[in-house]
Ligand binder design. Structure first.
Ligand code: GRF
Length: 198
């Protein structure tokens, strides 16, 4: 799993694995693009190996992505799960892990891509936003959609309140998608993701 923040989705996936013996994929490594984030502490608590590939140590995205890929290959990773990972990976990662990188986005794509999806949805005045889980392709917040779920926007919402409600959905939806991907139950045909088992 690649993280940049608190790792609440990491927590949700670990919890889902603990609750479901058939969700048997090994969480090989947690990689952060920065030091000192909550997700690294969680990984340590769970006894999952963790690595920091520090963004500011690399001259550009290509060099950073190469270092990320080297780390993932060293751990024999087959599926890459981005959870609050705030960096855009370059071409090398997409080529090395075709349809094997998952991302979770706090809006109903293609609405509100980018790093401020919750704020943007609120500012636009939509009545419904949501969560999207998708495979990562060469464009940002664009790859084939695995699952989506709507979240209503309330009149009294602040970005923080709305994001909290969105995360409640994320924590249920993402483990389900990761489990399906890790079990080989997702097939991609063009832009369509076909679930062989739910
Ligand atoms: C999630 O809300 C996700 O949608 C967004 O970043 C947040 C990560 O949260 N891309 P966490 O680090 O898993 O707590």
């Amino acid at each position: 799993m690649l993280i940049s923040g608190s790792g609440s989705n990491l927590q949700a996936i670990v919890d889902a694995q603990a609750d479901d013996p058939s969700f048997s994929a090994e969480l090989a490594v947690v990689v952060s693009d920065r030091f000192g984030v909550g997700g690294l502490l969680r990984a340590e608590t769970f006894g999952i190996p963790s690595e920091v590939v520090n963004w500011s140590d690399y001259p550009d995205r290509t060099a950073f992505t190469a270092a990320i890929c080297q780390t993932l290959v060293r751990y024999d990773v087959e599926l890459v799960v981005l959870a609050g990972f705030m960096r855009i990976l370059s071409e090398e990662a997409i080529q090395r892990f075709p349809n094997a990188i998952l991302n979770i986005h706090p809006a109903l794509l293609p609405a509100f891509p980018g790093a401020h999806a919750v704020e943007d949805a609120l500012a636009y005045g939509v009545k419904t936003t949501g969560v999207t889980v998708h495979f990562v392709d060469e464009h940002v917040d664009h790859g084939p959609i695995i699952a989506q779920e709507p979240v209503p926007v309330m009149a009294a919402d602040t970005a923080a309140l709305l994001h909290k409600r969105i995360q409640t959905i994320e924590h249920r939806l993402y483990p389900k998608c990761v489990r399906a991907a890790a079990s080989g139950h997702l097939r991609v045909e063009g832009r369509t993701v076909i679930w062989n088992e739910r």
